[in-house]
Ligand binder design. Structure first.
Ligand SMILES: Nc1ncnc2c1ncn2[C@@H]1O[C@H](COP(=O)(O)OP(=O)(O)OP(=O)(O)O)[C@@H](O)[C@H]1O
Length: 283
């Protein structure tokens, strides 16, 4: 499947558009109306629950710590988790009227000034489910990107929904994503499914930065020994199977879990030298 065959905009493109489209960009990309976003980074995994949102959150904090202006778009409409990560789940994004028929969205800002938009910042209660079909979800996602008051952003991180479904495909094709970061855990079954998303991204010509192996080990509190949890194979072996450079290995970190439960993950990650070491050189 070539870029054009899989492109949602293919029927709207002239042959000249198609010529100018290039292998890693699809024409008719949508743009934010209320701001300027310099770089979009998509964090994705074919599999649910491997730590995509956790990696998105850590990366956003690392970038903000370096002085960049950062936004996070939680594209997981039916299973949003970014508000909890940042401890902002009690706050609500605001719908600001522009005229009779249109509105813009004021995102919630974290303590570090990261602008976050998520479905869970718009529903009345955070445990209220969203029961929508694909096209509605896709429309809402596009609105999150175009109608949010992002202001000037150096980086917008997109926490992509799990899988290779309609939503992930739409985001990859209609948002001008600079590069993707793939998240996996060191397990055969997970790696096989994650490889599907990598192949999908490669088929549509997306740039992939590399692989983050999450929950790669747990460190003994007493002796500091790193113990593997899921498989005896190394993260490098899994990265080789998936066909990507290994960016870093994240340990299972119960202090992070505790900080998350207390709504203090942002402060914990900001103060933790571990994440400086792991992500410091990435951007
Ligand atoms: N390195 C880690 N150490 C400790 N807990 C972790 C780690 N990574 C993820 N978790 C925990 O595992 C759970 C799943 O993580 P997360 O929500 O980031 O996964 P996800 O891939 O975004 O899930 P989904 O597919 O539902 O969007 C969360 O409770 C998170 O706190």
């Amino acid at each position: 499947m070539s870029g054009c065959e899989s492109c949602a905009s293919r029927d709207k493109c002239s042959s000249k558009d198609k010529e100018n489209c290039g292998s890693n960009s699809i024409s008719l990309k949508i743009m934010p109306k209320y701001g300027n976003v310099k770089n979009i980074i998509g964090v994705i995994s074919g599999k649910g629950g491997v730590g995509k949102s956790t990696v998105t959150g850590i990366l956003a904090i690392q970038l903000a710590k370096k002085g960049y202006k950062v936004g996070v778009l939680d594209a997981d409409i039916t299973g949003p988790s970014m508000p909890r990560f940042f401890g902002i789940n009690e706050q609500r994004a605001k719908m600001v009227p522009v005229d009779e028929n249109n509105f813009k969205i004021q995102p919630v800002e974290t303590k570090l000034g990261i602008k976050v938009i998520s479905m869970n910042l718009l529903t009345q209660e955070e445990d209220q489910p969203v029961i929508w079909r694909g096209p509605v979800i896709t429309g809402v996602l596009n609105q999150f990107y175009t109608d949010t008051m992002w202001g000037e952003l150096d980086y917008l991180l997109i926490d992509m929904p799990p899988g290779t479904g309609d939503t992930a495909l739409t985001v990859m094709q209609s948002f001008p994503i600079k590069e993707l970061i793939i998240v996996s855990t060191p397990q055969d079954m997970v790696s096989m499914i994650v490889k599907k998303v990598v192949i999908m991204a490669q088929k549509i010509g997306a740039n992939i930065r590399g692989l983050v192996e999450n929950m790669a080990y747990i460190e003994c509190e007493d002796c500091g020994k790193k113990m593997k949890v899921f498989s005896k194979k190394s993260s490098e072996e899994f990265a080789q199977y998936i066909g990507l450079p290994l960016l870093c290995e994240l340990p299972i970190n119960l202090d992070l879990t505790e900080a998350l439960e207390e709504g203090k993950a942002e402060q914990y990650v900001m103060e933790s030298p571990l994440y400086d070491q792991l992500f410091g050189a990435l951007y």
